[in-house]
Design a protein around this ligand. Structure first.
Ligand code: 4AD
Ligand code: MG
Length: 419
C-alpha cells in the first residue's frame, strides 16, 4: 500500500489505490454489518471517513486511539465527504482508555476545561484549530515584514538591560555543581529580555527597517486574562520616521485590515472625566490608563480599536521622545487599544537628540549603563521610532478568545509553569 497523509487521501488523487493512513480516531460508530471511523492525522482540519466490515471492529478502537488503516480509497456516495477508505486491515497502534481520557466523544468541552490538560489539549478540535491559526498568523507577519523591506533580527533572550525600566525582570543565573560557589556567570546581572527594542535600535541604525518576533518575559504578578510571564512580541524599528502615525499605522492597520481613530492622551483624559462612569482608579492628567479606562475609551469610540498618542513624559521610559512643542510635557508615544483586550500595541518615537537623552539618563543615574545607547546618538543619529505588538493579545483580539492562556501552546504565568 502507498502511505498517504489524510490530506493527500482527501484530495482524491489516489482514488482506487491500496493506501495506508495513520492517525487518531475522532469518532467511532458501529452498525450491524459495518463500523465507521473518522481518522485525523493533523494534516487537515477534516478527518478521513473509514468504513470497515464489523469483523474488523475491535474494542480498542475508541475515541483518541492511534490507528493504522490499510484499504482501498473510494469515491464516497455521501455528499459531505469526497472520499472514503474501504478498510481491509485496521491496527490499533496506541490504545486510549475512554474512561481515563479527559475528553469524551461527542462532547463539546470548553477552553477552560481543556486548559487543565496542557499535555493533551491539542488533541481537541478547538485547541488544535487555534494553534493552526497561530501558525498561519506567524507566517503572515513574517511575510508582511519581508514584503515591506524589513530585515529580521534575532535579538538576545539573555540581556543586561531593562528596556522598559518597569522592574518586571527574571534574573538569569547558572545552576548545577560547576556553579555551586555562587559565581556571577556574566560578571553583570543578566535577565530574560522584556523587549528587544534597544537591540533593534542598534540594527535599525544600519538597516533603516528591522523587526524581531520572539519570546519576551515579564515577572508580572498578574492572574489576568491578558498577561503572561512568557509571551511573543512583534517589534519593529524604523529610521528616518518623524511621525507616530507613519510608524504604527501601516503595519497595524494591515494586520487588523482597517484604519482606526487617533486621540491624544489629553483627549482620552477629557473623555474619561466627562463620563458618568465611576472608575476605581483616578483619571487625572498624569495617571496611567488602567484596564477599566482602556475599556471605556474603546467603547466610547464605537467598540473599535483606537490609537492614543502623546502620553505624559513621566509615564514613559527614558527612550521616548520629548514633545517639546506641547504645552503639557508629553512624549511622542502611542498605544493601540482594542476591544476585549485593551492595550495591544505600544510604541514611540525615540529620543534621537544626544543632549536631551543624556540629560534624562543622567537624571536616572543610567548614563554609564547606557553609554552604548548614547553612542547611537553620537554617530549618525536619525529620527526613528518603533513599536511592539503582543502576539497573543493580537490572536485574542482577532479570534475573540477570552483568556490569553488559550492562544499559546504552553502558557506561563505566576504560580504556573506546567510541563
Ligand atoms: O507596551 P510594552 O511594554 O512596550 C515595549 O516593550 C516596547 N519596548 C516595545 C517597542 O516599542 N519595541 O509591550 C508591548 C506589548 C503590549 O502592548 C502588549 O500587547 C504586550 O506587549 N504585552 C504583554 N502581552 C502578554 N502578557 C504580558 N505580560 C504583556 N506585557 C506586554
Ligand atoms: Mg505598554
Amino acid at each position: 500500500p502507498t502511505k498517504l497523509r489524510v490530506s493527500q487521501a482527501l484530495s482524491g488523487a489516489e482514488l482506487g489505490s491500496n493506501i495506508k493512513v495513520q492517525g487518531w480516531v475522532r469518532s467511532v460508530r458501529a452498525q450491524k454489518a459495518n463500523v465507521f471511523l473518522h481518522v485525523n492525522d493533523g494534516s487537515s482540519l477534516q478527518s478521513l471517513q473509514v468504513i470497515a466490515s464489523s469483523e474488523l471492529n475491535d474494542p480498542l478502537l475508541t475515541f483518541g486511539s492511534a490507528v493504522e488503516v490499510t484499504g482501498i480509497l473510494k469515491k464516497s456516495p455521501h455528499q459531505k465527504q469526497p472520499v472514503e477508505l474501504d478498510a481491509k486491515q485496521i491496527n490499533v497502534v496506541g490504545e486510549c482508555n475512554p474512561v481515563d481520557f479527559p475528553f469524551k466523544i461527542k462532547e463539546r468541552h470548553g477552553l477552560e476545561y481543556i486548559r487543565q490538560f496542557p499535555h493533551l489539549r491539542c488533541r481537541t478540535n478547538a485547541f488544535s484549530s487555534l494553534l493552526r491559526i497561530r501558525s498561519e498568523a506567524t507566517a503572515a507577519i513574517h511575510s508582511y515584514f519581508k514584503d515591506n523591506g524589513f530585515v529580521e533580527i534575532n535579538t538576545p533572550i539573555i540581556t543586561s538591560n531593562d528596556c522598559e525600566g518597569a522592574g518586571e525582570l527574571f534574573q538569569v543565573e547558572p545552576s548545577g555543581p560547576d556553579h555551586a560557589d555562587g559565581e556571577n556567570f556574566f560578571s553583570v546581572p543578566a535577565y530574560l529580555t522584556v523587549s528587544g527594542q534597544l537591540h533593534l535600535e542598534v540594527v535599525s541604525g544600519a538597516f533603516s527597517k528591522a523587526y524581531t518576533f520572539g519570546p519576551t518575559f515579564r515577572a508580572e504578578n498578574s492572574q489576568s486574562r491578558r498577561h503572561l510571564a512568557e509571551f511573543y512580541m512583534v517589534e519593529a524599528e524604523i529610521s528616518f520616521t518623524q511621525s507616530l502615525e507613519d510608524l504604527t499605522k501601516d503595519t497595524v492597520d494591515a494586520m487588523l485590515k482597517n484604519s482606526f481613530p487617533v486621540i491624544t492622551y489629553r483627549e482620552a483624559i477629557d473623555i474619561l472625566r466627562r463620563s458618568s462612569e465611576r472608575f476605581a482608579f483616578p483619571t487625572d492628567w498624569g495617571c496611567d490608563l488602567k484596564t477599566e479606562h482602556e475599556k471605556y475609551l474603546v467603547k466610547h469610540c464605537g467598540n473599535i480599536p483606537v490609537f492614543v498618542t502623546d502620553y505624559p513624559y513621566d509615564l514613559k521610559p527614558f527612550y521616548a521622545r520629548d514633545n517639546q512643542d506641547h504645552p503639557e510635557r508629553t512624549a511622542a508615544a502611542v498605544d493601540l487599544l482594542v476591544p476585549g483586550v485593551g492595550e495591544l500595541c505600544g510604541g514611540s518615537l525615540r529620543e534621537e537628540r544626544l543632549n536631551l537623552l543624556s540629560a534624562r539618563l543622567e537624571e536616572a543615574g543610567l548614563e554609564d549603563v547606557y553609554s552604548w545607547y548614547l553612542d547611537l546618538r553620537r554617530f549618525g543619529s536619525v529620527p526613528h521610532g518603533g513599536f511592539g505588538l503582543g502576539f497573543e493579545r493580537y490572536l485574542q483580539c482577532i479570534l475573540g478568545v477570552d483568556n490569553i492562556k488559550d492562544v499559546i501552546p504552553f502558557p506561563r504565568f505566576s504560580h504556573s509553569c506546567l510541563l
